[in-house]
Design a binder for this molecule. Sequence first.
Ligand code: GDP
Ligand code: IMO
Ligand code: MG
Length: 429
Amino acid sequence: MKIDILLGLQWGDEGKGKIVDYLAPKYDVVARFQGGPNAGHTLEFDGIKHVLHQIPSGIFRSNIKNIIGNGVVLDPIIFKTEIEGLDRYRLAVKENLFISKKTQLILPTHRLLDAAYEKAKGEKKIGSTLKGIGPTYEDKIARHGLRIGDILLPNFKEKYAKLVKRHTDILNAHSFDYELEKSEQEFFEAVQFLKGFELVESEYLINEELSSGAGILAEGAQGSLLDVDFGSYPFVTSSNTMAAGACTGLGVAPANIGEVFGIFKAYCTRVGSGPFPTELHDRIGQEMQKEGNEFGATTGRPRRCGWLDLPALKYTCMINGVTQLFMMKADVLNIFKEIKVCTAYELEDGSQTQILPYEIGETTLNPIYKTFKGWCTGLDGINDFDELPQALMEYIKYIETELNIPINIVSVGPDRTQTILRNTAKVAV
Ligand code: GDP
Ligand code: IMO
Ligand code: MG
């Protein structure tokens, strides 16, 4: 078997958690390969809404191994809170969760550094989730980082103190006020808690699973337009959110990648700072935000909203080698008489392009729109792809033709059951 990857094609929050949970019964393993508690993945079923930050979204399905891979950054405090929050559901979490010893640890001082760096940036701030993601990946690349496996070493406290000293020197140089005692105490309690879990060499586990014919789904976090290499730098996250990140973040060879499921909203959202060519600053944008309940699952911040951006989607399909598309939140567009799609950008010199320009942050890109008729009807109760309203089918067909990739799932509500799978799709559950 090969490993399939599900990843966001926009600026995150596309609905990855919902679809990983929906697809999980088809797989034996679900694995996170990058990001950390900056992610907020929402799952809804049986009338309950769950938001996962660190734990893979296969955790609610029985008999599935959930792996936190080496490419992830993990905050033990958030992890402990999240696990405790699951207690009441009586899941076999300890049996089904495996954490790579090579996963990087987020320290309380990483969070402080995130805040100090953002403060220093002033108006140019990234709009980070302030979970310490950037500083933790920075330490990983600079080779100062601490990894989960280190918590088992007798000299862990010394290693910790050495890294914290490095951090407090920087904080002091920034004249950043902080209080560390309480969060350090929480951190060490959480580290103790973490020791009760399966800490493994997950690259061996995954490759053994692959060899034995198991199905593996890699769960992306964030979205390709937040990728550290290909996103709108510097307004990005600090990891490779794209398909290639699954290879480095789990230790699987490119030849073992099977399907790449690209997931996108029927429109666009972005939370945090940075360029967003199709952003709507008008009443339509506000209506989208309200109808889509577009508020961050991690920070609660309002998400900026706008029409679908086809050049950006073409770009992210290209860099990921997307084989199947899943379109989310189609129901949010039910209220609009007209629906627009950006097909190209007009540059400042009047020329048109479908290429995302390097200077995306510094130039004004005027989106050129194609207008579609809205379907103006509810989508509740539709279970069959062929029963979708004709105007929605035309919207879907246009996107498929432009991207030359089939849309095999259309999601029409937050609940697990509000998911329409095309019967010709290879992903049949
Ligand atoms: P993720 O980070 O990609 O997992 O996405 P989030 O959970 O951050 O944000 C997606 C939000 O949209 C969540 O509140 C979901 O419950 C919700 N959602 C997912 N799919 C749909 C859908 O098809 N329709 C509607 N209305 N909401 C959806
Ligand atoms: P999921 O997995 C949406 C954004 C932040 C900020 C930038 C950098 O739920 O889709 P960071 O904390 O990573 O340093 O923030 O990236 N961001 C996300 N936006 N969904 C996410 O995750 C995000 N994770 C980070 O808002 O603009
Ligand atoms: Mg999210």
